[in-house]
Design a binder for this molecule. Structure first.
Ligand code: 5GP
Ligand code: ZN
Length: 114
């Protein structure tokens, strides 16, 4: 998709701090991190949100989750615990409409907050 920010990161037209690059996924640090580890994991193929990704019956959602865990291991947060978030739709706070999983860790993540 030509005007999609994350497609441009995949195409290397926009720079990103890439931490993992697999056949079908890319992981890079969030530009506005909410925790010591805050990595975005995306499929290289453009799908708008988690619902669209789930509708693709080719294992891509599996690949995304596998990369999320591999990133957590690489970042050293798999043992202490990490959160995977897929904001889906504007009402949930999705602002970039290329599906992305936030992998967040490295601090206490008690839920619900407060
Ligand atoms: P959303 O709110 O859609 O779930 O998450 C979008 C995320 O993308 C936000 O956490 C935001 O900080 C991040 N983001 C927005 N623009 C860029 C960018 O150009 N580069 C990187 N690495 N992250 C970005
Ligand atoms: Zn895209």
């Amino acid at each position: 998709m030509s005007d999609c920010l994350f497609c441009k990161i995949v195409a290397k037209e926009v720079p990103a701090d890439v931490v993992m690059d697999t056949a079908r996924t890319l992981a890079f640090r969030d530009v506005n991190p909410q925790a010591p580890t805050h990595v975005l994991v995306i499929p290289k193929a453009h799908h708008e949100n988690a619902a669209a990704l789930a509708a693709v019956d080719d294992g891509l959602a599996d690949d995304l989750l596998t990369t999320c865990h591999a990133v957590a291991v690489q970042e050293g947060v798999a043992g202490s615990g990490y959160r995977v978030v897929l904001n889906t739709g504007p009402g949930a706070g999705q602002t970039v409409f290329h599906v992305h999983a936030h992998v967040i860790g490295g601090r206490s993540l008690a839920w619900p907050p407060g």
